[in-house]
Design a protein around this ligand. Structure first.
Ligand code: C5P
Length: 345
């Protein structure tokens, strides 16, 4: 076998409830992941030396050395299975990006997941989904979900993933920002906002106000926002019921993201971006993960297209796309006999 290509989705968190900072620097999460039909593709092929090539959206921001998450995933797989698993001295990794980098859409984690399933196939390593999930957890908190796709509950660091009962297809608009946000920086800002709130509980709740952003539903649960984060995070059962109903009008007001106030504190312009969605009839508007991408839930495909046009006109973001969710997780899409990657449409 000479090359294997895998396709992998972006994600948005429908609920992202963040517990206190742990001694290892991570935060316990209760999150609901939702994979979006915005895909990167990763091709792996045997080579004399290891290499990473990245093309497409934000390619110049992706590291090409051993820090690259796809390269780290390949190294973790070799470590897990043993060096004998490789049938060549190196692996050439080619990443074609459509998921923006450092945008809160877990694009780097997605590429890692794609590299895992592609190398598992390339080498005939035969790791089960469960075994791949364990390797994924060593690479990054969101990598396991990118293997699964669909809609799923994430616990622990987000790496303990269980499929959620959900029906229907949801129509989303994603607004990409010109800026990037670093995930550790956003978690650190979340901790700082919480400290301020804890030491001065009567102070104006800048974080909560920011979270509300004028968008009903953008902070849908009592657990959401810096001020409400004292107790351990809880799964929002109303959100889970809305997902079972498949009704976007039920889901929209329940979207929540504890990192949203932190993302807005670092990039205040996001408040206007969220409010613009409300003005144009979004059922819910939320910062995706650690941001700065904003995700807007639409009634249907036509509403999503109208919303995308309206948001483009407001100039609150760099570009917009319409996407549906849920989408499947990392999937091998081609194993061409001649070794040249071919993507299915
Ligand atoms: O796991 P991953 O490498 O993707 O996490 C990136 C960073 O995000 C971590 O170094 C940490 O600062 C933050 N993080 C966190 N709690 C989580 C997940 C990520 O604090 N559950």
């Amino acid at each position: 076998m000479t090359a294997v290509t895998a396709r992998v989705p972006a994600k948005v968190n429908l609920q992202l409830s963040v517990g206190p900072r742990r001694s290892d620097g991570y935060h316990d999460l209760v999150t609901v992941f939702h994979a979006l039909a915005l895909f990167d593709e990763v091709t792996v092929s045997p080579a004399d030396t290891d290499s990473v090539v990245v093309t497409g959206e934000g390619a110049d921001r992706v590291p090409l050395d051993a820090d690259n998450l796809a390269a780290r995933a390949v190294a973790a797989l070799v470590e897990a299975v043993g060096p004998g698993v490789r049938d060549s001295p190196g692996v050439a990794i080619e990443i074609r990006k459509r998921i923006p980098v450092a945008a809160g859409l877990a694009g780097g984690s997605a590429d890692a997941a794609a590299a895992l399933v592609a190398c598992n196939e390339l080498w005939g390593a035969g790791l089960s989904p469960q075994e791949l999930t364990e390797v994924a957890g060593q690479v990054g908190s969101d990598v396991g979900f990118a293997l699964f796709g669909g809609t799923a509950i994430g616990l622990g660091r987000g790496d303990q993933v269980t499929p959620a009962l959900a029906t229907g297809t949801y129509h989303w608009v994603l607004a990409f920002a010109a800026e990037v946000l670093s995930t550790p920086a956003v978690y650190a800002a979340c901790d700082r906002l919480r400290e301020v709130q804890a030491t001065a509980p009567d102070a104006p709740d800048a974080s909560g106000a920011a979270a509300r952003a004028g968008v009903p539903g953008s902070v849908g649960t009592p657990a959401a926002g810096a001020a409400g984060a004292a107790g351990p995070p809880q799964l929002n059962t109303r959100l889970m019921a809305a997902l079972r109903s498949g009704d976007p009008a039920e889901l929209g007001p329940l979207l929540s993201n504890d990192l949203q106030p932190a993302a807005i504190s670092l990039l205040p312009r996001l408040r206007q971006a969220l409010a613009a969605g409300q003005e144009h009839g979004a059922l819910g508007a939320i910062v995706s993960g650690s941001g700065p991408t904003c995700a807007y839930l639409a009634r249907d495909g036509k509403h999503a297209r109208d919303l995308a046009v309206a948001l483009t006109g407001t100039g609150v973001c760099r570009s917009v796309v319409t996407v549906t969710g849920p989408a499947p997780g990392a999937t091998v899409i081609s194993v061409p006999a001649d070794g040249r990657p071919v993507s299915r449409p």
